[in-house]
Design a protein around this ligand. Structure first.
Ligand code: Q46
Ligand code: ZN
Length: 311
């Protein structure tokens, strides 16, 4: 197996591109894929400040590394979720240290790279952890977690004067979400599934620079670049429907290399625009949350309601 670019010995092959790469050329290839995604979807304009949401996992640390190498002014944001075994039944022995360990990886990367990491600790700064809040409001942990992340990422970006929040969602994540949305033909969700969500009053732009790269490629990238990351999945993800969709898509990809990328990118090229109006139609009058001031259709925003109910 030879590298497509330099003809040296290859270390990774990518069947959907029908190509193999040596370590150095693979790192270049990953940067190129991010550059193409950023350009094609107009994710980041020159001079804008980016806040990269890092979990300590491979995807977000790789994305941060690549954005820095591409020359973007990009700080990291780590949100401590307090997933350390607070609720019996959800968390296994291995998962008890999840948030602690993932925070250490995020800090270690920032330190070696000399990059700035903004930190928010849910238990310390807001007063609850994800397992505890989920139990208190009798909702699935991932629902409570997603709501908290959306709110706090946006707040941190506004407070810090950032133009864009970037997240580490990769091609596998997006294809799995798309499959779920298509199985239900969920118009509003399909209309909102795009690599860029434009800024609206009170909300900064949100972008997904890794949409052209897979999980496997991001793991290889981190190994080749010497980036240490938390290998365990979040213990709350077990039983998550998206994991089943990922397995299905991986089976399909084995039989038909390129099927996953084609499913996702054809949707953005030809399908998405048909649903954009569904997402628009959902938008109602917004007013400032009585508690935090974020735009919301209700008296108090969903996050502040959560804080009130749990507190
Ligand atoms: S961190 Fe949060 Fe994920 Fe863990 S609790 Fe669920 S949503 S699985 S990306
Ligand atoms: Zn090469």
């Amino acid at each position: 197996m030879k590298c497509r670019r330099c003809r040296g010995p290859a270390v990774i092959d990518i069947r959907r591109h029908n190509a193999a790469f040596c370590g150095e050329c693979f790192v270049r290839h990953c940067r190129e894929q991010v550059r193409r995604a950023v350009d094609a979807f107009e994710m980041i304009a020159p001079g804008e400040r980016v806040l990269m949401a890092v979990s300590g996992g491979k995807d977000s640390l790789a994305a941060w590394d690549i954005l820095l190498d591409l020359g973007y002014a990009c700080d990291g944001l780590y949100l401590g979720l307090g997933i350390e075994g607070a609720t019996a039944g959800h968390v296994t022995g291995d998962g008890q240290q999840y948030s602690k360990t993932s925070g250490e990886f995020a800090r270690a990367y920032a330190h070696t790279r000399g990059a700035h990491l903004v930190e928010i600790d849910l238990p310390g700064d807001v007063g609850f952890d994800i397992p505890g809040a989920a139990a208190a409001v009798r909702r699935a942990p991932c629902g409570v977690c997603g709501l908290s992340k959306r709110h706090l990422f946006n707040r941190a970006a506004l407070d810090g004067g950032y133009d864009v929040v970037a997240t580490g969602h990769n091609l596998d994540d997006e294809a799995a979400v798309l499959l779920g949305n298509v199985l239900r033909w969920d118009g509003p969700y399909l209309g909102r599934q795009f690599p860029v969500l434009p800024a609206t009053p009170g909300f900064v732009r949100k972008v997904k620079p890794l949409v052209r790269l897979t999980e496997r490629e991001m793991a290889a990238y981190c190994v080749l670049r010497g980036i240490d990351y938390v290998v365990d999945e979040c213990p709350m993800a077990a039983g998550n429907r998206h994991l089943a969709y990922k397995d299905l898509l991986n089976d399909l990809e084995l039989r038909s290399p390129g099927a996953k990328a084609s499913f996702l990118f054809s949707f953005w090229e030809r399908g998405w625009s048909h649903f954009a109006a569904d997402a628009e139609g959902e938008r109602t009058e917004l007013r400032p949350c009585a508690s935090c001031g974020s735009p919301t259709p209700d008296e108090v925003c969903a996050f502040c309601r959560l804080v009130q109910r749990v507190g």
